[in-house]
Design a protein around this ligand. Sequence first.
Ligand SMILES: C[S@@+](CC[C@H](N)C(=O)[O-])C[C@H]1O[C@@H](n2cnc3c(N)ncnc32)[C@H](O)[C@@H]1O
Length: 265
Amino acid sequence: MDKRYLHGFIPEEQQRLINQAGFLTPLIYPKIDFSGCKRILEIGCGVGAQTAKLLELFPETHITCVDHSEIQLDKARENLKFAGNRVDFLLQDATELKLPESYDGVYICWVLEHIPNPEKVLRSLKPFLDKEAKIWITEVFNSSFYYQPHGERLEYYYSQYNTYQRDCGGDPDVGANLGNLLFREGYNEIKTFPGGFHLDKKDEGLLLEFLEFWKKLMRSGSEGMLRDGYIILDDISGMEEDLDAIAKNENPIFFYRFIQAFATI
Ligand SMILES: C[S@@+](CC[C@H](N)C(=O)[O-])C[C@H]1O[C@@H](n2cnc3c(N)ncnc32)[C@H](O)[C@@H]1O
């Protein structure tokens, strides 16, 4: 299996995950409802950025954080020290889970996009879910990205970014497939919801903030893409200049959809 990972595990990336979770909280969390859940399993917890939000929003719950990267889990332990015994940590591959107990909630955020055969995660989970378990998933749908004015260097960089993710074994459009994946694995009450942003001239301040956020997201792939020859250094500045040009345009458009899914067992 290809062990490359689009974003890498360097400290800047770990900090980006924390910033990203904070920045996107108003878009991600309005729908997610784990009320009544006592034991949530978070798959691909990374450095605990989403875990911290879940702990805050659902004060009754305990969260078991699973990741297959020791580096991420070490950072998560540090970041979530404040939560004491409300969290625990397991180093496991999400496609081959061997869990010590059962759960009444599962959260997966920005993880299936990196996993070849993401249905294996949904299959691997099932034996550890209580009858009333709620599953929430948030995932990318990168083909939904639309912007104006057109920028060749941004288009090129974005296309290389998505190609690199696919070549690492992931799927930058996995969000659009969540309903199919859950259905095929026999989950029930499946619902999918588009989320994201559609910014234009009326949103000038917010547009600038999202453009900066997007630059950091795009740059998070650059270490691997440079190393493996998908881009050269100039492609990074080209991508950033084209993003800056959006803010300066008379008729800017910046549009992206991620997809959220809910299911029960
Ligand atoms: C983009 S990060 C998202 C982290 C966190 N969910 C968040 O939103 O901040 C993806 C995480 O999934 C983890 N991951 C990828 N494949 C995995 C697998 N097969 N099993 C467990 N964790 C995995 C990575 O190590 C990484 O920490």
